[in-house]
Design a protein around this ligand. Structure first.
Ligand code: SF4
Ligand code: SF4
Length: 443
């Protein structure tokens, strides 16, 4: 469509598949008898468990304390008894301590009327503290602690607050449904963030394949008399990445290795904004989130509001189970998500989707040698050379890979998506980045 904004470099157009669930209203998921709550479900240092086996916990009670500036608090999603503290695998292959809770007793919040708090007299510092104590992290995928993001470095001013309503991963529709069903709450959340960082301009970027969400946000902003610029964007992956989103809506480019604040911008995802509203206005910690359960092998795709710690198996069963054996089950979107092999893997704050994909949805051809077609270079939104990066990583020449920009890789998967030789480029980038980080910690 002409006249729509987008980012300028690279990008791909994978089939959307959002029709499978975009018309399904958010439904509360059944609460599991057993919750497994990882202590590492945010960027930064893991939380430290402050409960022991046998302890009685209440719904929303603090069970994991943040352990540093970049860390996050974790709360019990259910009332019950701590059964054990165990070690679990997360979808990204890392391990984490986890608190296992057997549900029993009365819920403090569920089924009860929420009391709304007037926050307008609170200072920015007080609001940041509420966001921190309620364990709010970025729900768009990065899980960066929100209180850290809104604490501006000394002397820095925010020109833009940019809200990310892009949800560019195929299949995922959780943010889309939130924008339709919780538009007023999102607008209130934007006001809260704006009162903390005091930006000059408020913008939300939404791709044009969510036209009803664009209208919904425009109307809600009008009702609240909020000067929010709702920007319609061309559909292009990975526009939901904050660097690409900023390029699309502000025309500004975040320098290599820098954060958006370097160019006067703060970015927050719509799911995070809604969680901030719930924390500040309703006093609710981050104990649940909306997840799209979809894919060709899911009988009845849905958008479920599920408690953190719920086993993925239970959400799949709630969607009618499998229609056929999936070739793979992915946590997140098909481009950036992680394949899991254990359906008892629990939901974390970063779980935006659960996809059960059939052989018709997964490109199964065997890997061949690189044919130097250059398609991966053209697709990379960061202007990198994925084929050369992969060769360096394959030969364990991590420093050479770093010298040509490996750490700028956003792990968006665009290069692998277009690769005719089916080379696992994103897996290579992830491995290379992990090796470089490990090397730096040891040095
Ligand atoms: S995964 Fe990394 S190298 Fe590949 S296209 Fe995305 S940013 Fe570029
Ligand atoms: S797209 Fe694949 S085959 Fe083409 S240059 Fe890149 S790595 Fe090689």
């Amino acid at each position: 469509m002409k006249g729509l904004k987008t980012f300028n470099r690279g990008g791909v157009h994978p089939p959307g598949k959002k029709y499978l669930s975009e018309n399904k209203p958010i439904k509360n998921a059944v609460i599991s008898d057993l919750s497994v709550i990882a202590m590492s479900q945010h960027l930064g240092s893991p939380a430290e468990s402050i409960v022991n086996p046998g302890d009685i916990v209440r719904e929303g009670m603090l069970i994991g304390k943040s352990t540093g500036f970049i860390s996050g608090n974790i709360h019990s999603p259910v009332p019950g008894t701590v059964k054990e503290i165990s070690d679990i695998y997360l979808p990204n292959g890392m391990t984490s301590k986890a608190v296992v809770i057997e549900m029993e007793g009365e819920f403090d919040r569920l089924g009860k009327e929420s009391i709304e708090t007037n926050w307008e007299h609170l200072s920015g510092k007080e609001l940041i503290e509420i966001i921190n104590s309620n364990g709010i992290v970025g729900l768009g995928g990065a899980t960066f602690p929100a209180n850290v993001k809104f604490t501006l470095p000394k002397g820095k001013k925010a020109e833009y607050l940019v809200i990310n309503g892009v949800e560019c991963e195929p299949y995922l529709t959780a943010d889309h449904r939130l924008m339709l069903e919780k538009a007023d709450q999102i607008i209130e959340g934007i006001k809260i963030i704006a009162s903390i960082i005091k930006p000059e301009k408020l913008v939300i970027g939404i791709e044009i394949n969510k036209e009803n969400a664009i209208e919904s946000l425009k109307e809600a902003a009008l009702r609240a008399d909020l000067p929010l610029d709702v920007v319609s964007l061309k559909v292009k992956y990975p526009q939901g990445d904050e660097k690409q989103l900023l390029k699309a809506v502000t025309g500004k480019e975040v320098p290599s290795g820098a954060l958006p604040m370097e160019i006067g911008c703060v970015v927050s995802n719509v799911g995070t904004v809604n969680a901030i509203y719930e924390a500040v206005v309703l006093g609710k910690p981050l104990i649940e989130r909306v997840i799209t359960v979809s894919g060709g092998a899911i009988k009845n795709p849905q958008n479920l509001k599920a408690r953190i710690g719920t086993p993925i198996r239970s959400l799949i069963e709630e969607c009618g189970g499998f229609t056929e054996e999936p070739v793979k089950v992915v946590v997140g979107g098909p481009m950036m998500g992680f394949t899991i092999y254990d359906l008892d893997t629990p939901v974390t704050k970063g779980t935006s989707g659960i996809l059960a994909l059939t052989s018709r949805e997964v490109r199964g051809a065997a890997q061949t040698a690189c044919i130097s077609c250059g398609r991966c270079i053209a697709a990379c939104p960061m202007g990198l050379n994925p084929t050369t990066l992969f060769k360096y990583i394959d030969h364990t020449e991590y420093d050479s890979a770093e010298n040509i920009g490996l750490m700028d890789c956003k792990e968006c998967g665009s290069c692998g998506y277009v690769c005719l030789a089916r080379i696992p480029l994103i897996q290579g980038m992830r491995l290379g980045k992990r090796m470089l980080r490990t090397k730096k910690v040891k040095a």
